[in-house]
Ligand binder design. Sequence first.
Ligand SMILES: Cc1ncc(COP(=O)(O)O)c(C=O)c1O
Length: 492
Amino acid sequence: MTHDAMSTHERPVPGMPSRIEDLRGDIVGIETHVPLLDGSERPYVYLDNAASTPAFGFVLRAVTEFLPWYSGVHRGTGFKSLLATEVFDAAHEAVGSFVGADRETATVIFTKNTTECINKLSNRMTLAPTDVVVTTLIEHHSNDLPWRKHARVIHVGITSDGYPDLALLKATIARERGKVKLVAVSGASNITGICLPVHEIARWAHEAGALLFVDAAQLAPHRKIDMLPPHDPAHIDFLALSAHKLYAPFGTGALIGPRTFFAQGDPDAVGGGVVDVVTLDRAVWNQPPHKEEAGSPNVIGGVALAASLRVLRTVGMDQVAAHEQELLAYGYGKLKKVRNIRLYGPTERLENKVGVMTFNIEGMHHSLVAAILGTEGGIGVRDGCFCAHPYVKELLHVGAEEDRKFTAEVISGDKSHMPGMVRASLGCYNTQEDIDAMVEMLDRVSRGEYKGRYIQNRSTGAFQAEGYTIDFQKHYFLAEPVEGLRMHSEAS
Ligand SMILES: Cc1ncc(COP(=O)(O)O)c(C=O)c1O
C-alpha cells in the first residue's frame, strides 16, 4: 500500500497557505531590500532557487512553535521528549508520503542533504571496483563522484538538445547486464531543468537486474513524485532530496529506499543511536532508519521539512508545476529577445523541464553578467559550471584541448577563464515581474549600459564593481564588517 495523497489525520492548520497565489506572501524575506551600486536599495529579486530556496513563513512558524517543545528524541522519557519523538518520526512519514514511497517496505533516512544521501548509499551498496554504475553526463557532481569512489562509472552522453541520449542509455544498461548494479540519474537537471523519464529508466534498470537511484534534488521542489510500489517494474528503488531546496533550509536531506536493504550490513556511520545493544566485542544494529542516523539527529530540520511538505501537498504539486511552466514560457519569450543572448538546453516543449534557464551574453564573461545583475539590479542568480562541469562544458562545446588548458589554469590558481553560464532558476513563488526585472537588466547589460567598472579576481573568477563596499553588519547583526565583497568559490 502506498501512502495516501493526504493522510487522514492531517488537520488543516489556520493560516497555512493553501493556494499557489498565497505562496509569495508566505516567503520569508520577500520584501527584503538590498543595496545597489548607486547607493539606492530595492527589494531583492531571487532567481537562484535551484541552489537553495528561501523558507516558507509557515515553516518558520512551525519551527518557532515547536521550539518550546524541543527536546532530545527517542531515548527521553519526559513529555517533551515523547512529543518531539512523535513529531520527528511523523516527519519521516511525511517525506515518504510526499514521494509516494511504499509504507510497508520503505524507510526514510534523514541526512543533512542530497550529497550526504548519495555518499551514504554509495558506501552502503558494497560495490566492487568491477561493478558498473550507469549514469549520465548531465549529473551534478554529487550524483557522480560518490559512485566513482566505488565502482566503474559509465557516463552516457547527450544529444544536441541537451537531453541524455536515452536510446544509448537503454542500450548501455542492457549491454552491461550482469555487471550493472545501479543506474543513477537525476530526476531533473540543475543546468537545463530537463526531466528524465525515470519510470521508463527504472524498467530498463530492473530488466538488467540493476537498481535505480533518482537524485531528486531538483525534481522534488517542482513535480509530484511517485516512487511506486516495489512490485511495479517502473518503481524507483532509491531517491534523495534536500530540504533547503524545498523551502525548509534547516539542514535536512532525505534518502528513501527499501528497509530490507538498509537492515542488512553495517551502518554507514557508527556511534550512538545506531545500536540496540553493545558489548565490548559486539554491536547489534538498530532497525532503519535509526541504524543510518548516527548521533543526535537534526530534529528541527525534520520539523521544518515536514511543515514545508504540508504546504506543498496542500497547494498541490500540479499547481506548482503549472505555475512554473507558465513562468518558464514567459521567461523564454522575453529572454529570446535579449540582444546577443545564447540560451542552453530546450527552450520549447517546456513540459519536460523544470524552471531553470541558463544563458550567456555573447562576448561577456558569465561572472561579469551575474555580478552586474546582483550589484546594479539587486537580482540574485548564479554563474559558473554549477557543480556539473562535464555537462556544462559539453553544452558549451569546450573541446578536449581547451578543457586541458582550463584545468591546468585552475590548478595553477587562475579561474579567470573557466567556462560557464548564468543561471536563473524559478521557485513556486516567483512572478512575471521577477523575470521582467532580470530581462530589463540583461537588456541593459547586453547593450553595455551598465554603470560599474568591474574587476575580476583571478583566483575565484568572480567580478566585483569598484567602489561597491558593503557593511553587512548594517543588514544582519551577526555579520562581520567586510571591506568590499569576499569572493566565494563555486557551489551547486
Ligand atoms: C541535481 C542536484 N543533485 C544534487 C545536488 C546536491 O544537493 P545538496 O547540495 O543539497 O547536497 C544538487 C544541488 O544543487 C543538485 O542540483
